[in-house]
Design a protein around this ligand. Structure first.
Ligand code: IPM
Ligand code: SF4
Length: 469
């Protein structure tokens, strides 16, 4: 009998083109997503070598990081650097015959939101993008990872990637998440538990009742942040929810091809008895809403907690680094999280910029007002998310409450455009990274769920969404 395999093993085996004795392997890549930041040199490399894109139909390009989020962007991008980068992708896509969504196309958005939306992302596929949060697509039971620019060129030219096989790790979240505890809280809790290096060298499979219970949007949130836990990729076995999400998407298989695809996708589960190199379990029932307090996604605490005291850390290097984080964040140990006042709120990003996230934030914002001290913005993850939200009247709810309602893009997740924090401004953000300067020079980021961010906008400080109003 053949060895019991994990879902990662299965997808890997199905894509293996060549394997060397030293572990160097060549795998076939089914889908390649391209954005403006990590692709210019890759296309230039092809041009210089006189090469073409091997499989243009398996490649999709979209602008997201640099595009302004104000409506006047359709009249031209003012910032020169951004304009050049966006124009370069448009030209490269045209020259190499790759489909491209510009800032004027309503299908445009953050690359990791666009792929699933279009049915470009499908279970069992290998998916790459020159972007670390490619792990998002693992929510569909795809093997999806971020690659560097030289690898982008390699994939464009050959539709293959040199890789070594990672180890298998299982993160099982048992039980039911309480009301107010979301996918974002689950993944922040996991990273808090394993640390930012916890998944190094592994592909994480997320399983357990709390993961099964999540919508596809929630599963994407979880897989999105796998990379912050150091893992190569994260994935979740596809199920009926996955198939329902994909069905009728523009690029999803149709008719008989659909039936055959679903048949195959159903085989993408971990076999009984398959072994993992590492297993971590969490109980969802015990999880609170979570707020990050430091400058790493592992610096997390329950909203009911206090800013921790780094002096309690035994390891000297770690202690020093957490003191530095607190200094950067302008916080003192023992401060109650709910006493921390905020200046800005950012609802968006590939972590939490999907329709369900906007619904959750709007449910909190409805009939309320953003606190005077706060400037809050909502940036839909894609033009289609924006359109859906507007059809549901969510834009009106946000605008009436005093939130800004923007055009889709990465926006203040990484501050490559005008959306950025001023020095020492404090932000409740639904994004995934809180590194120093991530949202603007000297800006202070607290990672939270969409509902928690919206509630913080109303109150001007963090509140426990579970017992709020
Ligand atoms: C710009 C890009 C290369 C980068 C990434 O790889 O993740 C960005 O998307 C980010 O979130 O920091
Ligand atoms: S939204 Fe943020 S994390 Fe996602 S791709 Fe854009 S910059 Fe990276």
């Amino acid at each position: 009998m053949s060895k019991a395999r994990t879902i990662y093993d299965k997808i890997w085996d199905d894509h293996l083109v060549d394997s060397q004795d030293d572990g160097t392997c060549l795998i076939y890549i089914d889908r390649h997503l391209v954005h403006e930041v990590t692709s210019p040199q890759a296309f230039e490399g092809l041009r210089l070598a006189g090469r073409t894109v091997h499989a243009p139909a398996k490649t999709l390009a979209v602008v997201d990081h640099n595009v302004p989020t104000t409506p006047d962007r359709v009249n031209g991008i003012k910032n020169e650097e951004s304009r050049i980068q966006v124009a370069a992708l448009a030209q490269n896509a045209l020259d190499f015959g790759v489909e491209y969504y510009s800032e004027k196309d309503k299908r445009q958005g953050i690359v990791h939101i666009v792929g699933p939306e279009q049915g470009f992302t499908l279970p069992g596929m290998t998916i790459v993008c020159g972007d670390s949060h490619t792990s998002t697509h693992g929510a569909f039971g795809a093997l999806a990872h971020g690659i560097g620019t030289s690898e982008v060129e390699h994939v464009l030219a050959t539709q293959t990637l040199i890789q070594s096989k990672a180890k298998n790790m299982l993160v099982r979240v048992d039980g039911k998440a309480p009301e107010g505890v979301t996918a974002k809280d689950i993944i922040l809790a996991i990273i808090g538990e394993i640390g930012t290096a916890g998944g190094t060298g592994h592909v994480i499979e997320f399983a357990g009742e709390a993961i099964r219970d999540l919508s596809m949007e929630g599963r994407m949130t979880v897989c999105n942040m796998t990379i912050e836990g150091g893992a190569r990729a994260g994935l979740i076995a596809p199920d009926e929810k996955t198939f329902a999400y994909i069905k009728e998407r523009p690029r999803a298989p149709k008719g008989e091809a659909w039936d055959r695809a679903v048949e195959y996708w159903k085989s993408l589960t971990t076999d009984e008895g398959a072994e993992y190199d590492r297993v971590v379990t969490l109980d969802a029932a015990n999880l609170p809403p979570i707020v990050s307090w430091g400058s790493s996604p592992e610096d997390v605490i329950a909203v009911t907690g206090e800013v921790p005291n780094p002096d309690d850390i035994a390891d000297e290097t770690k202690r020093a680094s957490k003191w530095r984080a607190l200094k950067y964040m302008g916080l003192t140990p023992g401060t109650k999280i709910t006493d921390i006042e905020i200046d800005r709120v950012f609802i968006g990003s590939c972590t939490n910029g999907r329709i369900e996230d906007l619904r959750a934030a709007a449910a909190v914002a409805k009939g309320r007002k953003v606190a005077d001290r706060v400037n809050a913005m909502v940036v839909p993850g894609s033009g289609l998310v924006k359109e859906q939200a507007e059809a549901e009247g969510l834009d009106k709810i946000f605008l009436e409450a005093g939130f800004e309602w923007r055009e889709p893009g990465c926006s203040m997740c990484l501050a490559m455009n005008d959306d950025r924090l001023k020095p020492e401004e404090r932000c409740a953000s639904t994004s995934n990274r809180n590194f120093e300067g991530r949202q603007g020079y000297k800006g202070r980021t607290h990672l939270v769920s969409p509902a928690m961010a919206a509630a913080a906008a109303i109150e001007g400080r963090f509140v426990d969404i579970r017992d709020w109003k």
